[in-house]
Design a protein around this ligand. Structure first.
Ligand code: NAD
Length: 454
């Protein structure tokens, strides 16, 4: 692969090591994004009618904020970090050097096609790597604008875009990389991990999951409904950390359903297909899958579909069966199953059925219940009395665990993720502790009694 070969040489020649070089490249990227912000919004609208506000908030401004923060902090993040020495090594100065891995591959999905290709790229560049970005083929307009922006911002020997589908992705994965950053489904994540293992390449896998939202009998129901509806129907339900299904206490189920209906209508009107603030499902294939999930289900609200536009209305489904299509795996669309529970123990089979989800949300005013869910169950991250918002704080690591992924990023963690942390001890020559060398003369008892030896 010619681009990768070029990038190998570029990296080996130390071109990316200079912080000034990295900053200049990021500034060019910043300028290109700012200059094309309207065109990016148009591309996402052309791909799946993503509302402009959502593109600005969750794609372009999100990415620009990452660049701004990185430019401001890069100097500190990249500096060798001095740590206390150990008595064993005394006298020495000990450091952690942040070393770029080298040649990075970034594979992006279609649901936040701009953010999820660019946010990892910013960190890869900041950390001094070269990168090849493969955007999703499912959102071709966005892929084209990503390619145009990257071409205008970087020398191809530094950062390049390779467009294509599964075959292209697999051809890229067959190469030897120094780091692979993948965002997508758990199924493909396993393929990526397997390919990486052949070369012992480290990976970040940002995968999906079936995220529960629990609403107990003490929750502030109207507020809960509003916040669930916002997080679920944003991007037409195609958000990896959106609520997948609701587990609601029987005592408040009817009230919650009434409030969910009210919130959906308040957000998108009587007919969401007329709303400028409601996206479409991304493809005919995805649309077909969602339609199939609705077969035989009891629809409480919504349920309208339009194949000409890949439109699926915000839909509430009552008590889908355990073995239904809807409850088989991640829905990843604007369909919201509502399942009631009686006792807290009834929650466990759901919370354990799908492996560790990317997110879990709890609506409750009982601190003990909130604590129990946070501490007794493993999941990527979440929120109490809200949904999705954990992604908006750059100080919080964003990533999954188990089935939902490996590794986490955002803010400084993104920089750290793309850097090998190299430990260096700088030893002084003016002193030598003779007890270290054989023949060992120190009585064994003393070594056990010395505190802070390491
Ligand atoms: P996907 O796994 O189908 O595709 C992701 C990327 O992998 C695309 O670029 C695609 O071309 C490539 N690809 C697809 N099949 C491949 C194969 N067999 N071999 C090699 N490469 C292949 O995912 P998607 O449909 O684009 O995105 C939706 C999924 O991504 C959902 O499961 C969602 O939860 C997840 N997701 C996770 C996060 C996160 O941050 N954790 C963010 C967004 C989306």
């Amino acid at each position: 692969m010619q681009q990768l070969e070029q990038q190998r040489i570029f990296f080996k020649n130390q071109n990316t090591k200079d912080l000034g070089f990295r900053k200049k490249a990021l500034k060019r990227l910043q300028e290109e994004i700012v200059a094309r912000e309207d065109a990016i919004c148009d591309a996402l609208y052309a791909d799946f009618k993503k509302p402009k506000f959502e593109t600005l908030a969750a794609e372009t401004q999100f990415v620009l904020a990452e660049i701004k923060n990185t430019l401001k902090k890069l100097h500190y993040w990249a500096a060798p970090e001095r740590v206390h020495g150990s008595l064993m090594n005394w006298p020495s100065s000990d450091y952690i050097y942040k070393e770029p891995y080298g040649n990075v591959l970034i594979i992006a999905p279609w649901n936040y096609p701009f953010q999820l290709a660019l946010a990892p790229l910013i960190a890869a560049v900041a950390a001094g790597n070269t990168a090849i970005v493969k955007p999703s083929e499912v959102t071709p307009h966005t892929a084209n604008i990503i390619e145009a922006i990257i071409k205008a911002s970087f020398d191809a020997a530094h950062v390049a875009v390779v467009q294509g589908g599964v075959d292209t992705s697999q051809a890229l994965l067959a190469q030897k990389w120094d780091y692979i950053f993948f965002t997508g489904s758990t199924r493909v994540g396993k393929i990526v991990y397997e390919s990486a293992a052949k070369h012992l390449t480290p990976v970040t896998l940002e995968l999906g999951g079936k995220n529960p939202t629990i609403v107990d009998g003490t929750a502030a129901i109207a507020k809960a409904a509003k916040r669930i509806v916002w997080g679920k129907f944003l991007n037409a339900g195609q958000t990896c950390i959106a609520t997948d299904y609701i587990l609601v206490h029987r005592s408040v189920k009817e009230q919650l359903i009434a409030e969910l209906k009210k919130s959906i209508t308040a957000a998108y009107g009587e007919d969401a297909s007329n709303s400028n603030d409601y996206a479409r499902t991304v493809s005919a294939e995805h649309f077909g899958g969602l339609k199939e999930m609705l077969q035989g289900e009891e629809i409480l609200f919504g349920g309208q579909t339009d194949a000409t536009d890949n439109f699926v209305a915000p839909t509430l489904v009552n008590e889908p069966k355990w073995d239904s299509k809807l409850m088989e795996g991640e829905i990843f669309g604007p369909i919201l199953p509502i399942i009631s529970y009686e006792k807290e123990e009834d929650l466990t089979p759901y919370l354990e059925r799908y492996g560790k989800p990317l997110a879990t949300y709890v609506f409750s005013t009982r601190k003990s219940f909130q604590k129990k869910i946070i501490e007794n169950h493993s999941f990527g991250g979440g929120a109490i009395n809200d949904t999705v918002i954990q992604i908006t704080n750059k100080r919080l690591p964003f990533g999954g665990v188990g089935n939902s992924g490996i590794g986490a990023y955002h803010g400084k963690r993104s920089f750290d993720l793309f850097s090998h942390h190299k430990s260096i001890v700088k030893k002084a020559n003016w002193f030598e502790a003779p007890v270290r060398y054989p023949p060992y003369t120190l009585p064994m008892g003393i070594i056990k009694r010395i505190k802070h030896l390491f």
